[in-house]
Design a protein around this ligand. Structure first.
Ligand SMILES: Nc1ncnc2c1ncn2[C@@H]1O[C@H](COP(=O)(O)OP(=O)(O)O)[C@@H](O)[C@H]1O
Ligand SMILES: [Mg+2]
Length: 262
């Protein structure tokens, strides 16, 4: 279990995070959602250990990690820009971290991860010969072969729809298979609510709501959550219904469609 206990973060007089307390169980996926500047990246950096909180504690399975350096926490992140080495091919990127830590993953486990992420045909390609989705899968494989205790992830938003859906289902499969606790930042309420056990909504450095997707949708904690999350989901739902005409009439009422019928 990962516990955050009353985390705060200030840069000079600017309070970026305030009173962040929550717990995530092993093998759970938590999404962090909220407006730009709300503190998502700052919180991710504090959990990873890139940045120190101003006050509060980070506790993992009962151990206080607040002052434990990043490399000793055993957490790992897929960076937003993937941070792959352009001079190495896909396979060399995936296994790079194992050079100095041989034995963390066996040859067989590396093969399994490559196959799970569908990267077999791309292993000898240079990074600039890969598509965005392939790069992301290489970055994910490189992180996962290091067997992190906790996976942090910020990059899904850069991908187009179909690729994103396929990577989402891969991540879910891996999280289940390896019981891997995962924290991901996203800008998309639909992604947060379909991927996660828990959603953390951050607004101006405070927890607007920390709950299951079901709770957030049926019991939004505030007007902000209602507007920010539910409104976006409802717009999406209405658009889809309009396209497929599943709630009765709206599609038929559209002039273009009515015209085609006539
Ligand atoms: N190193 C820093 N120095 C000063 N202010 C910072 C620093 N890093 C982030 N901030 C401020 O903290 C706030 C939260 O930023 P961030 O965590 O990046 O938000 P998000 O990822 O939700 O967009 C912003 O107002 C940002 O300007
Ligand atoms: Mg950010």
């Amino acid at each position: 279990m990962l516990e955050l206990k009353d985390i705060t973060k200030s840069f000079g007089d600017t309070h970026v995070l305030n009173g962040i307390s929550l717990a995530i169980g092993d093998g759970q996926i938590m999404s962090i959602l909220g407006p730009s500047g709300g503190g998502k990246t700052t919180l991710l950096n504090i959990i990873l250990g890139i940045s120190q909180p101003t006050s509060g504690q980070i506790v993992y399975n009962g151990e206080d990690l607040t002052n434990v350096p990043m490399e000793k926490r055993g957490f790992n992140i897929v960076f937003q820009d993937y941070a792959l080495f352009p001079n190495l091919n896909a396979y060399e990127n995936i296994t790079y971290g194992l050079k100095n830590n041989p034995g963390i993953s066996t040859e067989k486990e590396i093969k399994e991860m490559i196959s799970l992420l569908g990267l077999e045909e791309h292993l000898t390609k240079k990074i600039d010969e890969l598509s965005g989705g392939q790069k992301q899968r290489v970055a994910l494989a490189r992180t996962l072969v290091m067997k992190p205790k906790l996976l942090l992830d910020e990059p899904l938003s850069a991908l187009d729809g179909v690729i994103k859906e396929s990577i989402k289902s891969k991540i879910k499969q891996i999280v289940n298979q390896y019981n891997l606790t995962t924290i991901m930042v996203t800008h998309d309420p639909e992604e947060a609510c379909t991927m996660s056990d828990k959603v953390l909504i951050l607004n101006q450095g405070r927890i607007a709501q920390f709950a299951s997707p079901d709770d957030i949708i049926h019991h939004p904690a505030s007007e902000f959550v209602r507007k920010f999350i539910l409104h976006q989901l409802e717009v999406k739902r209405n658009n889809i219904y309009t396209l497929f005409n599943e709630d009765g009439s709206p599609a038929a009422k559209q002039p273009a469609l009515a015209g085609q019928e006539a």
